[in-house]
Design a protein around this ligand. Structure first.
Ligand code: PD2
Ligand code: ZN
Length: 289
């Protein structure tokens, strides 16, 4: 039970511990703030307690080796000595393919077949037509460029989601708290995602609103959960690359600036036969709230 104290409110270790426990439930940062408000915590104290607790968590989960050649912090796998496998915490993950421009790694066996099936079955009843960000306003809309169905899992919502998020944080040396909620997408025959950039265009009027929740996106991880029979690869048109949507594998690519020079233009090719299921984790430069 959260203790409230309307005068001289103190951000104590017990309060921080309580916030950590709420994040593990998992409640979202906004739900925790709401709970603190209704228990009588002043807005400024509640916000400061939440922000400092999240910052502590971030410090605990940040690992070295996350700075690119220009000195910009960016998610990166530790691949400088060309390993065939990387430690993802609770399992070894294969390094199948590496590219420098765009900075891209294809991982093999990030999820087991059972874990993929569990995620699909947990997502299936919650699927709805995918939305696309409206850059002018920061809102979202149904768009012909994106004909998949999708849903979001909250951070650590179930065991497999929590394991996947922890593996990604470990592999990419990037704080778990900087990840957006995991999105699951389902493409039926004919469905596709036309080439686009995942970062938010700095010149669009809606971008400052979007950036309030953890800053720019700096990387994308697409995990293949269900294989189509034909089609459905993830395409990188600038470099003529297609990553095959093989169950359990994942493609990671990062972009250290919101600019086409990152060559991070990518799309989901139309599914020709069968069905494609993926989970996407977008990583922000700061804590995603
Ligand atoms: O489904 C894909 O391969 C794909 C392609 C492009 C997914 C995304 N973008 C995405 O989720 O951002
Ligand atoms: Zn994308």
């Amino acid at each position: 039970m959260l203790n409230s104290n309307t005068s001289g409110q103190v951000i104590s270790p017990e309060l921080r511990q309580w916030i950590v426990e709420q994040l593990r439930v998992p409640f979202t940062p906004e739900q925790i703030l709401q709970s603190m408000r209704s228990s009588g915590w002043q807005e400024a104290v509640a916000q400061a307690a939440l922000a400092s607790t999240l910052a502590n968590l971030q410090a605990q989960t940040t690992l070295p080796g996350t700075v690119n050649q220009a000195g910009v912090p960016v998610p990166r796998a530790s691949i400088d000595d060309a390993p065939l496998y990387l430690d993802a915490g609770d399992k070894q993950v294969a390094v199948l393919q590496v590219m420098t421009q765009p900075h891209l790694v294809v991982f093999g066996g990030l999820l087991s077949d059972d874990e993929c099936a569990t995620l699909i079955e947990a997502a299936r009843p919650r699927m709805a037509r995918s939305l696309t960000v409206i850059n002018q306003t920061g809102g979202e809309e149904v768009h012909a460029d994106r004909t998949s169905n999708g849903m979001f899992f909250r951070l650590g919502e179930n065991d497999v989601v929590a394991k996947l998020e922890a593996r990604i944080a470990r592999l990419l040396n990037w704080p778990l708290a900087n990840g957006e909620d995991l999105q699951v997408l389902h493409y039926q025959p004919g469905a596709e995602y036309k080439p686009h950039y995942d970062y938010f265009d700095p010149n669009e009027p809606g971008t400052p609103t979007i950036l309030k929740r953890g800053g720019q996106r700096v990387a994308t991880v697409i995990v293949y959960l269900g294989e189509p029979e034909k089609g459905g690869g993830t395409t990188f048109p600038n470099v003529n690359l297609v990553v095959a949507p093989k169950r359990g594998n994942a493609v990671f690519f990062s972009y250290d600036k919101p600019h086409p020079s990152t060559l991070s233009l990518h799309g989901g090719a139309p599914v020709i036969a069968g069905e494609k299921w993926i989970a996407t984790k977008w990583l922000r430069e700061g804590i995603f709230i």
